[in-house]
Design a protein around this ligand. Sequence first.
Ligand code: NAI
Ligand code: UGA
Length: 435
Amino acid sequence: MRLSVIGCGYLGAVHAACMATLGHDVVGIDVDPRKIDALSRGEAPFFEPGLPELLAEAMATGRLTFSTDIADAAGASVHFVCVGTPQKDGEYAADLRYVDASVTSLLPHLSAEDLVVGKSTVPVGTAARLAALVEEVGASLAWNPEFLREGYAVKDTLTPDRFVYGVAPGDAGKRAADVLDTVYARALADGTPRIVTDYATAELVKVAANSFLATKISFINAMAELCEETGADVTQLADAIGHDERIGRRFLNAGLGFGGGCLPKDIRAFMARAGELGADQAVAFLKEVDAINGRRRVRMVDLAREVNGGSIKGRRIGVLGVTFKPNSDDVRDSPALDVAVQLALQGADVVVTDPEGIANARGRYPDLTYVETVEEAVRDADSVLLLTEWKEYRDLVPSAIGELVAHRTILDGRNALDPTVWRDAGWSYRALGRP
Ligand SMILES: NC(=O)C1=CN([C@@H]2O[C@H](COP(=O)(O)OP(=O)(O)OC[C@H]3O[C@@H](n4cnc5c(N)ncnc54)[C@H](O)[C@@H]3O)[C@@H](O)[C@H]2O)C=CC1
Ligand SMILES: O=C(O)[C@H]1O[C@H](OP(=O)(O)OP(=O)(O)OC[C@H]2O[C@@H](n3ccc(=O)[nH]c3=O)[C@H](O)[C@@H]2O)[C@H](O)[C@@H](O)[C@@H]1O
């Protein structure tokens, strides 16, 4: 099939490359010429494991091209909308201007029988509104939310846990589901479950899933707060409750909490939309989920002050990790970057390193000091903060980096290190939710 993918960011670039490797002819479209230039050269415009190889493979077949001109979407029969839906400035609500602009710009290039497929995360009600526009030109619309995780985006796109199709009622909806079945034929043949539903359910599935994940993380971080008050250990608590299959151990890692371009803004947009619908009570708990999450960052800065004798002014602090999680270069709403900035604002001499996130972090906060290596980051440090649990930081040898620092004090913001090993090497080890 011939497909267009509109918006080539973390979601769209991966989707375009994956669809081409499935055998479809794909044109990826973005308004950002730098992204399109990079992609046209076969270069991934951001760090995502496996994407460079996939791009090379797909572009070698000639089935994957990129353009800044929406007119190049003409001729495709399925158009995936993958543009951003960030939080509005100063508000909780989602900013739908990119979704609206991309669909409006696509309309003149649609043929009757084309299918527009929304993948962006949107407030419930958006699909029905856009369907009316798309139907005016004889085309139809489906909402097919995306559940990929950064760092595993290729695998999650090619072999997702499930597909969700939100479609119009009646025959038009049945046709849309058939088209999507053809697009995803390979994964469906492997037995991936697929749920065909109405627009509102599909939109709600996406924000419900992210809200559940955010709630699970804030739940364990709330337990971490109690562990801090009682001398209990949240990592053992998580292991113990996680053995109960009804609870499960995944997404129970306590620490600095959730960040990124999705969970934080999605729970806020959900609250805003529920408020518009007069159903704010239904998701009022998300306010607490968000508040617990924010408190972890504050607690980390407080802990840094505490281990530095009450003040971090003029103290040298080595920060390991600045992205919102490992295996990504994304610093959107990154807890790690937030903490590093707060420490600097309070007068600390902060030196930050990260395997992939420095360029993006520098773009946002040029005044922080960034270095390439752990050795440079920790040299002469009064304390070291591990804020993103990259594998190379988990694997650090405490005796070796102990030779470089001024004081052997480490704060483990992700409960990623073995306290015994670090203490045995003469370090003072502190973590969130651990004695
Ligand atoms: N990043 C992720 O892991 C996931 C993101 N999502 C959702 O997917 C959507 C996109 O997210 P990301 O890819 O992370 O954002 P992003 O910011 O990385 O990419 C969005 C892209 O859309 C482009 N764009 C904006 N207006 C456009 C227009 N009118 N025409 C063509 N291109 C346009 C931007 O230039 C940008 O490259 C959001 O709704 C997000 O919530 C869903 C699942 C996973
Ligand atoms: O809508 C989206 O964009 C995506 O949001 C998340 O994916 P992602 O943001 O890539 O990252 P996650 O792996 O979910 O991690 C999110 C944040 O939670 C934190 N986290 C995660 C797990 C955990 O146990 N504890 C914890 O603090 C991570 O450090 C990170 O900051 C969801 O997992 C995806 O299913 C969803 O598609």
